[in-house]
Ligand binder design. Sequence first.
Ligand SMILES: N[C@@H](CCC(=O)N[C@@H](CS)C(=O)NCC(=O)O)C(=O)O
Length: 121
Amino acid sequence: MRLLRWFVGKVILFINAITLPKPIQRDNINQHKLDKKTKGLTIYQFEACPFCVKVRRFIRKNNLKINLRDAKNNEIFKSELVNDGGKHKVPCLKIEKPNAKTEWLYESDEIILFLKKIIAS
Ligand SMILES: N[C@@H](CCC(=O)N[C@@H](CS)C(=O)NCC(=O)O)C(=O)O
């Protein structure tokens, strides 16, 4: 079972690598504005998780500057996710806003919807 999971993970990463979307190009002013809006965002993820791959592809396609944290191999990031986010499930978006409580958003579709709203705002 572990071997099968490892193999499926490698297939997902391979297909992802050969079909990587091209990042949207924006002029410097608009890219800079967007970078400011995504400044406090961090994705906790596993490299070969298909839901994380979906979110990473969206981030790449839309040329978003968002930190990625490996919550599988990095014990510090893993415990941040479990202790502060509430559960060991990925992908999870950590939303840090100045003067506001940090929020943790689970579910790949919810994360993509949230990011779409930021892009459109
Ligand atoms: N419906 C969720 C599914 C997420 C999911 O199942 N993630 C798996 C990895 S692919 C997970 O976090 N499993 C917990 C674990 O392995 O500890 C989504 O779309 O984000």
